[in-house]
Ligand binder design. Structure first.
Ligand code: PGA
Length: 247
């Protein structure tokens, strides 16, 4: 899977312009599943354009309740209705800029899959945590708390994204070896928490300063099943170059 997280970029009209260029430049039979994650206002229009298309759409966030007096929030049901196939949960900007707790992330993950959306669950340590040798502890704790009471039967809709905070938007990506090491630990954790088969089949994406120039090298590692791309997905040609580089 190669997912493009547009963050708070692109209006409805620039999203539609993007799609026009992107769909023309896209390789005919991409080897990876492709996912675009526009901001809320663009979801309906992008979803409409992508209806029936192999390129799928994800939202960047959701609220865990189905409906209610939650001004400014959007439910999983609303996202599905716009054509979303998946939703990103626990992105480092949600955790660190908006203060989302592991408990809130857990509620969102369970609500997303319960409503039939695939969930892309992001975990990652800060630069200070890595320097202090706490990477494993932090990742394990995020996994433990985020996936508390998460049912085994919903794991087919679960993708985990390892996104070291120090690599997001910094132009300093984790080396393929650094990423692979953490991916291996995540997979082992999933095997212990769920079962062997789930650990083997779960998709673990890497995200953090992925560019056309480093995507193929990252994806060449057996433990890296896909990529979550931020800045380099904002331009359709650069995102296509990433997809092309791993064809
Ligand atoms: P980046 O962002 O590719 O700009 O580092 C990754 C992300 O936020 O998912």
């Amino acid at each position: 899977m190669i997912a493009g997280n547009w963050k708070m970029y692109h209006t409805v009209s620039s999203s539609l312009d993007y799609l026009e260029t992107f769909l023309l430049a896209l390789p005919e039979n991409p080897v990876a599943d492709i996912l675009l994650a526009p901001s809320y206002p663009s979801l309906f229009s992008v979803g409409h354009k992508l209806a029936g298309h192999p390129v799928k759409m994800a939202a960047q966030n959701l609220h865990f309740e189905e409906k209610g007096a939650f001004t400014g929030e959007v439910s999983a049901k609303m996202l599905k209705d716009c054509g979303c196939h998946a939703v990103i949960v626990g992105h480092s900007e949600r955790r660190h800029v908006f203060g989302e707790s592991d408990d809130l992330i857990n509620k969102k993950l369970r609500a997303g899959v319960a409503a039939g959306l695939d969930v892309i669950f992001c975990v990652g340590e800060t630069g200070d945590e890595r320097k202090a040798g706490k990477t494993s502890t932090v990742i394990h704790s995020q996994l433990e708390k985020g996936l508390k009471d998460f049912p085994l039967e919903n794991c087919k809709g679960l993708t985990i994204a390892y996104e070291p905070v120090w690599a997001i938007g910094t132009d300093v990506n984790a080396t393929p070896e650094q990423a692979e090491e953490v991916h291996r630990e995540i997979r082992q954790w999933v095997q212990t928490r769920f079962d062997e088969a789930t650990g083997e089949s779960i998709r673990i994406l890497y995200g953090g300063s992925v560019k056309p120039g480093n995507a193929a090298e990252l994806l060449s590692k057996a433990e890296i099943d896909g990529l979550l791309v931020g800045s380099a997905s904002l331009d359709p040609k650069s995102f296509c170059a990433i997809i092309q580089s791993v064809q």
